[in-house]
Write a protein that binds this ligand. Structure first.
Ligand code: ADP
Length: 499
């Protein structure tokens, strides 16, 4: 776009000479000449669409000073040069006060000065508008960034702050008074003391409360600056709450994970140890009957070689009996292993129903032992259990109660049940031989038996099955016993949730 000049002068010769000078130096310029009030009103009505105005001082219809005031009132950035032969120094000073950009004396010697003044004015305007542009850009950036930018005097007074800064403080712009305290500002003030004494810059990290309950975290950078002859501190504050919360969450999750890994590792170690013990006792206890079979086989072999077969029938019978026992042990062991492995479905099972089923399955044993069996169970009492596993556990306990009595004595077995809080306890009490206190801790282990096969037959897995089954249903087992006076085995299982 060509440079647009407005030339105001009521003397057409002066205009011609001035125009000539302008066009010599600015070949592309478009110069509008105005020599009367009508022409001036027209350009004023058009909003002074010019890059620069050159005006005479004394005109028939106005003065350069009035023209200047009008133009500057309309657009303070539009450059005005006064080019006059009639002006005085006083007029020049007055005009400068009203924003005149330059003053050139109109005389043949000075015509050449006009384009120089024009060039200087145009350059100055360009520099000014560039400065304004970058200042506006900076100001808008400052207002719109998420960082709080502020300046504070060395005695802690806030001198300036952008929008983000005020909103970090929870205040509307400028609402802050020196007396008001905000944790963020108090923290910055504490550090200003250091800046005053020794430092040029400081970084601080600060939480204004517990991040878990609405507190916020800030990172602040402070730099000591010198502004217009006095020291101040420029600060940039960043709200890092979400970052810090994420960090804390990661720490918490890590700790949680470590805790879970530790628990799992411990459980695995325990399971490993249990498995080792189990393997050891299984191999140990299974070998014993096998050795017995081997022993009888050897004796049979010797007798056979010596042609003495008197006791062969007895030995074969013993071998059969021991083989049968091994078979029972393997069956029980498989049942125990199945219980550890298979999924079991938990339902509400009425205790009375389970006892009824158990009694049916032990009918023969009960009859044979001429036992007295008593149940004391509130009607409607239910437990959360896997029906078959629960019945099996009860059967194992009652079967033991029938078995471990003094020879010839008819067993007396009592089953009671009651709810205690969220659990139901079912207790099987007998008046049998009882258990020595030192053995109470181990009778629930696989193959753990306190008596010989002759005294009381069994495989030693019954109680292990009870314990494993009850634990898989979310319950636990316990025993109390007095040797010679009987034992009480109890099963605790969860009661169904109240509707
Ligand atoms: P088993 O009955 O096959 O021997 P269990 O695992 O059921 O195996 O029982 C383990 C051991 O605990 C029994 O051998 C016995 O010594 C002891 N025991 C279990 N129940 C009773 C009871 N009611 N009275 C006395 N001793 C018992």
């Amino acid at each position: 776009m060509p440079l647009r000049f407005l030339l105001l002068d009521d003397n057409p010769d002066d205009r011609l000479l001035a125009r000539r000078e302008l066009e010599r130096h600015f070949p592309d310029c478009a110069t509008t000449e105005v020599g009367d009030s009508k022409g001036f009103e027209e350009v004023a009505a058009a909003g002074f669409p010019f890059d620069l105005v050159i005006t005479d001082y004394q005109m028939r219809w106005t003065t350069g000073l009035d023209v200047l005031k009008l133009i500057k009132a309309h657009d303070p950035q539009l450059s005005v040069i006064m080019f006059t032969a009639t002006g005085t120094q006083e007029i020049a000073v007055e005009a400068m006060k009203h924003g005149l950009d330059d003053y050139v004396i109109k005389s043949p010697r000075h015509y050449a000065r006009l384009p120089v003044a024009v060039r200087t004015c145009l350059d100055r305007t360009e520099i000014r508008s560039r400065a304004i542009r970058s200042e506006t850009r900076l100001a808008s950036l400052l207002e719109n960034i998420q960082l709080g930018v502020f300046r504070m005097s060395l005695d802690g007074e806030i001198e300036a702050g952008n929008k983000a800064f005020w909103s970090m403080l929870g205040l509307a712009s400028g609402e802050y008074s020196k007396a008001a305290h905000r944790p963020l500002i108090d923290e910055v003030r504490r550090h200003i003391a250091d800046l005053k004494a020794t430092l040029d810059a400081a970084d601080l990290q600060f939480d204004d409360g517990d991040l878990g309950t609405g507190g916020r975290a800030f990172k602040v950078k402070l730099v000591r600056v010198r502004v217009n002859g006095h020291d101040a501190v420029d600060g940039i504050a960043e709200d890092v709450t979400s970052l810090r919360r994420a960090d804390l969450e990661i720490l918490r999750l890590n700790a949680d994970l470590e805790q879970r890994i530790a628990t799992r590792t411990r459980q695995l170690q325990e399971a490993n140890e249990a498995l080792e013990t189990f393997g050891f006792s299984v191999s140990h206890d299974m070998r014993e009957p096998l050795r017995t079979i081997q022993g009888y086989a050897n004796v049979l072999k010797q007798d056979f070689a010596e042609g003495n077969l008197d006791k062969a029938g007895l030995y074969i019978h013993r071998i059969e009996a021991v083989a049968h026992r091994v078979d029972t042990m393997v069956t029980d062991l498989l049942e125990f292993a199945r219980l550890s492995r298979t999924e079991i479905a938990i339902d509400a099972v009425p205790v009375a129903d389970a006892l009824h089923e158990m009694k049916g399955s032990l009918h023969g044993e009960i009859q044979q032992a001429r036992a007295r069996l008593e149940f004391d169970v509130p009607s409607g009492l239910t437990v959360r259990a896997h029906r078959q596993t629960f019945v099996q556990a009860l059967a194992n306990l009652v079967s033991n109660a029938l078995k471990f009595v003094r020879p010839g004595e008819p067993p007396v077995v009592r089953v009671t049940a009651a709810q205690a809080g969220s659990m139901v306890r079912v207790t099987v009490t007998d008046e049998g031989i009882g258990i020595v206190p030192s053995a109470l801790g181990r009778i629930f282990n696989v193959f753990e038996r306190l008596h010989s096969e002759e005294e009381y037959p069994g495989t030693g897995i019954g109680l292990a099955i009870v314990k494993k089954g009850v634990e898989r249903m979310g319950g636990q087992v316990a025993v109390e016993s007095t040797p010679g006076n009987g034992s009480a085995f109890s099963i605790d299982l969860p009661a169904p949730a109240q509707p």
